[in-house]
Design a protein around this ligand. Structure first.
Ligand code: AMP
Length: 238
């Protein structure tokens, strides 16, 4: 077991909560940002803020934002910065975000990154943001996306190829019938990858240039990736 894996396990056992501050999880669709965010929530006790989840919740509730976002999301295109930034601004004001948060899927454009940088600077955040990009190759991502199934009750994530539920089609925890996201098809995946390469890759370069950036190999067991992220964050916080 690596030292950082031990750190993850010890964090769980003792409930120790080092303050990591704001963390950005970057990476192409399907690299495991959501899965890793949930691991880090358990370890650090700061919330996961997934813009994809927040947008899907707005679509499900039929809000004005949800109505504006629905078609774009269905096509694998990005929702306009102004709408997403406003949604994130509201979420960051909630009290659970005061000691830090894990932004999962945001920022996805340079406009969003500059907005976030400006916002953090104006708030005089004690800890600067750290960006971690998870890397997985294209064919692996395709399998992950097309095999992904979610529990609508507890949000557990499965994969038909790599992490199937014990009973085909049903959640291990809730026994609910698993669902597939409408945008987890091969065709929409390709559009999401185009959006990633064109709009999100420059965000990675932005944080790399600021020197508060790490890349981790996402083609490993979940705990090993989480340990890699923890090690990177600890190194960058020194
Ligand atoms: P995700 O769950 O992160 O894969 O996001 C699903 C979809 O929500 C994306 O394909 C976009 O249409 C939209 N979305 C999520 N986050 C953002 C963001 N930061 N900016 C613009 N659109 C987003």
């Amino acid at each position: 077991m690596s030292s950082s894996t031990i750190a993850v396990e010890q964090g769980r056992e003792t409930g120790s909560k080092p303050q990591p501050g704001p963390i950005l999880l970057l990476g192409a669709p399907g690299v495991g940002k959501g899965t890793q965010a949930k691991e880090l929530v358990k370890l650090w006790g700061i919330p996961q803020i997934s813009t994809g989840d927040l947008l899907r919740a707005n679509v499900a509730r039929g809000t004005a934002l949800g109505r504006a976002a629905k078609e774009l999301m269905g096509r694998g295109e990005l929702v306009p910065d102004s709408l997403v930034n406003e949604m994130v601004a509201a979420r960051l004001k909630e009290p659970d975000a005061v000691n830090g948060y894990i932004l999962d899927g945001f920022p996805r454009t340079l406009g969003q990154a500059h907005w976030l940088d400006g916002r953090l600077a104006s708030e005089g955040q004690v800890l600067p943001v750290i960006a971690v990009s998870i890397q997985v190759d294209y064919n692996q991502l395709l399998r992950r996306i097309t095999g992904r199934r979610n529990c609508p009750v507890c949000a557990s994530i499965y994969n038909l190829f790599m992490n199937p539920p014990r009973r085909d089609g049903f959640c291990d925890v809730e026994s609910a019938a698993l669902v597939q996201r409408a945008d987890d098809t091969e065709q929409v995946f390709k559009e999401r990858m185009r959006a990633y390469a064109g709009l999100t890759a420059p965000v990675v370069d932005h944080y790399r240039a600021l020197g508060r950036f790490a890349e981790v190999d996402g083609d490993r067991p979940i705990a090993a990736i989480a340990a890699g992220i923890v090690t990177a964050v600890e190194r960058l916080r020194k």
